[in-house]
Design a binder for this molecule. Structure first.
Ligand code: GAR
Length: 219
Protein backbone atom coordinates (compact mmCIF):
# COMPACT_ATOMS: atom_id res chain seq x y z
CA UNK A 1 0.00 0.00 0.00
CA UNK A 2 1.44 3.43 -0.90
CA UNK A 3 1.79 5.82 2.00
CA UNK A 4 -0.83 8.51 2.35
CA UNK A 5 0.01 12.16 2.91
CA UNK A 6 -1.35 13.76 6.09
CA UNK A 7 -1.51 17.42 7.06
CA UNK A 8 -2.08 17.94 10.79
CA UNK A 9 -3.48 21.24 12.08
CA UNK A 10 -2.79 22.27 15.67
CA UNK A 11 -3.15 25.23 18.01
CA UNK A 12 -1.52 24.10 21.25
CA UNK A 13 0.56 21.52 23.04
CA UNK A 14 0.59 18.81 20.35
CA UNK A 15 0.23 15.56 22.28
CA UNK A 16 -2.19 14.18 19.66
CA UNK A 17 0.23 15.26 16.93
CA UNK A 18 2.99 13.37 18.73
CA UNK A 19 0.82 10.24 18.89
CA UNK A 20 0.20 10.48 15.14
CA UNK A 21 3.85 11.11 14.38
CA UNK A 22 5.01 8.13 16.37
CA UNK A 23 2.33 5.89 14.80
CA UNK A 24 3.46 6.94 11.31
CA UNK A 25 7.05 6.21 12.26
CA UNK A 26 6.24 2.76 13.66
CA UNK A 27 4.10 1.85 10.64
CA UNK A 28 0.85 1.64 12.64
CA UNK A 29 -0.40 4.39 10.34
CA UNK A 30 0.72 3.86 6.72
CA UNK A 31 1.24 7.57 6.08
CA UNK A 32 3.66 10.45 6.26
CA UNK A 33 2.89 13.74 7.96
CA UNK A 34 3.84 16.19 5.21
CA UNK A 35 2.83 19.34 7.06
CA UNK A 36 1.92 20.65 10.50
CA UNK A 37 -0.03 23.89 10.24
CA UNK A 38 -1.11 26.24 13.00
CA UNK A 39 -3.11 29.40 13.55
CA UNK A 40 -0.90 30.08 16.59
CA UNK A 41 2.73 30.83 15.61
CA UNK A 42 3.95 30.02 19.15
CA UNK A 43 2.10 26.72 19.55
CA UNK A 44 4.42 24.19 21.24
CA UNK A 45 3.18 21.64 18.69
CA UNK A 46 5.07 23.52 15.96
CA UNK A 47 8.29 23.00 17.91
CA UNK A 48 7.59 19.25 18.09
CA UNK A 49 7.07 19.18 14.31
CA UNK A 50 10.20 21.18 13.67
CA UNK A 51 12.30 18.87 15.87
CA UNK A 52 10.89 15.88 13.97
CA UNK A 53 11.89 17.43 10.63
CA UNK A 54 8.29 17.98 9.48
CA UNK A 55 7.43 21.05 7.38
CA UNK A 56 5.49 23.68 9.32
CA UNK A 57 3.15 26.49 8.38
CA UNK A 58 2.18 29.16 10.88
CA UNK A 59 -0.18 32.05 10.34
CA UNK A 60 -1.66 34.03 13.23
CA UNK A 61 -5.44 34.09 12.95
CA UNK A 62 -5.87 36.62 15.78
CA UNK A 63 -7.07 39.99 14.61
CA UNK A 64 -7.33 38.70 11.05
CA UNK A 65 -10.50 40.72 10.32
CA UNK A 66 -12.08 38.77 7.49
CA UNK A 67 -12.38 35.29 9.01
CA UNK A 68 -13.42 33.51 5.85
CA UNK A 69 -10.57 35.08 3.84
CA UNK A 70 -8.01 33.91 6.43
CA UNK A 71 -9.48 30.39 6.36
CA UNK A 72 -9.38 30.24 2.55
CA UNK A 73 -5.79 31.51 2.37
CA UNK A 74 -4.63 29.16 5.14
CA UNK A 75 -6.24 26.09 3.57
CA UNK A 76 -4.85 27.05 0.15
CA UNK A 77 -1.36 27.03 1.70
CA UNK A 78 -2.11 23.65 3.29
CA UNK A 79 -3.37 22.31 -0.07
CA UNK A 80 -0.01 23.18 -1.67
CA UNK A 81 1.43 20.25 0.34
CA UNK A 82 -1.04 17.89 -1.44
CA UNK A 83 -2.39 16.10 1.64
CA UNK A 84 -4.78 13.18 1.14
CA UNK A 85 -6.27 13.88 4.58
CA UNK A 86 -6.27 16.84 6.96
CA UNK A 87 -6.37 15.92 10.65
CA UNK A 88 -7.35 18.58 13.19
CA UNK A 89 -5.51 17.65 16.39
CA UNK A 90 -6.29 20.39 18.87
CA UNK A 91 -6.92 23.01 16.16
CA UNK A 92 -9.04 25.53 18.06
CA UNK A 93 -10.67 27.41 15.24
CA UNK A 94 -14.00 26.91 13.51
CA UNK A 95 -13.29 26.98 9.77
CA UNK A 96 -15.62 28.76 7.39
CA UNK A 97 -17.85 26.63 5.17
CA UNK A 98 -16.65 28.24 1.92
CA UNK A 99 -13.03 27.41 2.79
CA UNK A 100 -13.92 23.89 3.87
CA UNK A 101 -15.99 22.76 0.91
CA UNK A 102 -13.07 21.19 -0.96
CA UNK A 103 -12.09 19.19 2.13
CA UNK A 104 -15.46 17.87 3.27
CA UNK A 105 -14.99 14.11 3.54
CA UNK A 106 -11.22 14.40 3.81
CA UNK A 107 -10.87 16.35 7.06
CA UNK A 108 -11.37 14.91 10.55
CA UNK A 109 -11.21 16.39 14.05
CA UNK A 110 -10.76 14.94 17.52
CA UNK A 111 -12.96 16.39 20.24
CA UNK A 112 -12.87 15.59 23.98
CA UNK A 113 -16.51 14.62 24.52
CA UNK A 114 -19.02 12.01 23.48
CA UNK A 115 -20.50 14.08 20.66
CA UNK A 116 -23.15 15.22 20.01
CA UNK A 117 -22.88 16.04 23.72
CA UNK A 118 -20.73 19.03 24.64
CA UNK A 119 -19.43 20.60 21.44
CA UNK A 120 -17.16 23.60 22.04
CA UNK A 121 -15.05 24.30 25.12
CA UNK A 122 -15.08 23.14 28.76
CA UNK A 123 -16.20 19.60 27.92
CA UNK A 124 -14.88 17.90 31.09
CA UNK A 125 -16.45 20.49 33.41
CA UNK A 126 -19.75 20.38 31.56
CA UNK A 127 -19.91 16.57 31.65
CA UNK A 128 -19.32 16.64 35.44
CA UNK A 129 -21.86 19.40 36.02
CA UNK A 130 -24.46 17.44 34.07
CA UNK A 131 -23.91 14.44 36.36
CA UNK A 132 -22.75 12.19 33.51
CA UNK A 133 -21.55 8.73 34.50
CA UNK A 134 -19.56 8.32 31.32
CA UNK A 135 -17.26 10.59 29.32
CA UNK A 136 -15.09 10.15 26.26
CA UNK A 137 -13.78 11.51 22.99
CA UNK A 138 -14.97 11.52 19.41
CA UNK A 139 -13.39 11.65 15.96
CA UNK A 140 -15.72 13.23 13.46
CA UNK A 141 -15.71 14.52 9.90
CA UNK A 142 -15.39 18.29 9.81
CA UNK A 143 -18.26 20.37 8.49
CA UNK A 144 -19.04 24.05 8.94
CA UNK A 145 -20.95 23.24 12.15
CA UNK A 146 -18.76 23.46 15.29
CA UNK A 147 -17.83 19.90 16.35
CA UNK A 148 -20.97 18.87 14.48
CA UNK A 149 -20.00 16.66 11.54
CA UNK A 150 -20.80 12.94 11.27
CA UNK A 151 -19.03 10.91 13.97
CA UNK A 152 -16.66 8.17 12.83
CA UNK A 153 -15.43 6.77 16.14
CA UNK A 154 -15.54 7.20 19.91
CA UNK A 155 -13.80 6.04 23.04
CA UNK A 156 -15.70 5.83 26.36
CA UNK A 157 -14.60 5.81 29.97
CA UNK A 158 -16.47 5.84 33.28
CA UNK A 159 -16.55 8.99 35.41
CA UNK A 160 -15.34 8.18 38.93
CA UNK A 161 -16.43 9.62 42.23
CA UNK A 162 -14.30 12.66 43.09
CA UNK A 163 -13.34 13.32 39.46
CA UNK A 164 -12.51 16.94 38.61
CA UNK A 165 -12.23 18.48 35.15
CA UNK A 166 -8.47 18.07 35.41
CA UNK A 167 -8.56 14.43 36.48
CA UNK A 168 -11.04 13.61 33.71
CA UNK A 169 -8.94 15.39 31.11
CA UNK A 170 -5.78 13.65 32.25
CA UNK A 171 -7.42 10.21 32.11
CA UNK A 172 -8.99 10.90 28.74
CA UNK A 173 -5.91 12.23 26.95
CA UNK A 174 -4.11 8.88 26.43
CA UNK A 175 -7.41 7.42 25.21
CA UNK A 176 -7.72 10.33 22.76
CA UNK A 177 -4.29 9.48 21.39
CA UNK A 178 -5.30 5.86 20.81
CA UNK A 179 -8.61 6.85 19.28
CA UNK A 180 -7.03 9.30 16.84
CA UNK A 181 -4.32 6.86 15.77
CA UNK A 182 -6.85 4.03 15.34
CA UNK A 183 -9.22 6.30 13.41
CA UNK A 184 -6.61 7.53 10.94
CA UNK A 185 -5.30 3.97 10.44
CA UNK A 186 -8.90 2.83 9.88
CA UNK A 187 -9.54 5.55 7.28
CA UNK A 188 -6.45 4.54 5.36
CA UNK A 189 -7.25 0.82 5.43
CA UNK A 190 -10.96 0.98 4.56
CA UNK A 191 -13.16 2.72 2.02
CA UNK A 192 -14.80 5.39 4.13
CA UNK A 193 -16.82 8.06 2.35
CA UNK A 194 -18.95 10.98 3.45
CA UNK A 195 -22.01 11.03 1.20
CA UNK A 196 -25.21 13.03 1.68
CA UNK A 197 -24.20 13.87 5.26
CA UNK A 198 -23.69 10.22 6.22
CA UNK A 199 -20.57 8.06 6.63
CA UNK A 200 -20.43 5.03 4.31
CA UNK A 201 -18.10 2.18 5.18
CA UNK A 202 -17.25 -0.14 2.27
CA UNK A 203 -20.40 1.06 0.49
CA UNK A 204 -22.75 0.61 3.47
CA UNK A 205 -24.08 3.56 5.53
CA UNK A 206 -22.81 3.47 9.13
CA UNK A 207 -25.66 3.50 11.63
CA UNK A 208 -23.56 4.41 14.66
CA UNK A 209 -19.99 5.46 15.44
CA UNK A 210 -17.27 2.83 15.74
CA UNK A 211 -16.11 2.20 19.32
CA UNK A 212 -12.50 1.74 20.41
CA UNK A 213 -12.12 -1.47 22.39
CA UNK A 214 -9.46 -2.32 24.96
CA UNK A 215 -7.38 -4.05 22.32
CA UNK A 216 -7.16 -0.75 20.40
CA UNK A 217 -9.43 -1.99 17.62
CA UNK A 218 -12.37 -0.02 16.24
CA UNK A 219 -15.62 -2.00 16.07
C1 GAR B 1 -7.28 17.67 22.89
O1 GAR B 1 -7.88 17.32 24.11
C2 GAR B 1 -8.33 17.73 21.78
O2 GAR B 1 -9.33 16.76 21.92
C3 GAR B 1 -8.89 19.12 21.99
O3 GAR B 1 -7.77 19.90 22.25
C4 GAR B 1 -6.79 19.11 22.93
C5 GAR B 1 -5.47 19.26 22.22
O4 GAR B 1 -4.42 18.64 22.94
N1 GAR B 1 -9.61 19.57 20.84
C6 GAR B 1 -10.73 20.28 20.90
O5 GAR B 1 -11.23 20.64 21.94
C7 GAR B 1 -11.36 20.61 19.55
N2 GAR B 1 -12.70 21.04 19.69
P1 GAR B 1 -3.04 18.37 22.26
O6 GAR B 1 -2.59 19.70 21.67
O7 GAR B 1 -2.15 17.92 23.36
O8 GAR B 1 -3.23 17.33 21.19
Amino acid sequence: MSRARLAVLVSGRGSNLEALRSACESGLIPADIVLVGSNRPHAPALGLAHDAGIATLASDSRGCGDRAAWDRAFLADVAAFRPDWIVLAGFMRQLDGSALSKWIGRMINIHPSLLPKYPGLGTHRRALEAGEREHGASVHFVTAELDGGPILAQVRMPIQQGDTPDSLGARLLPLEHRLLVASVAFLLRHRVELLRGCIWLEGIPMSEPLQLDEGLALR
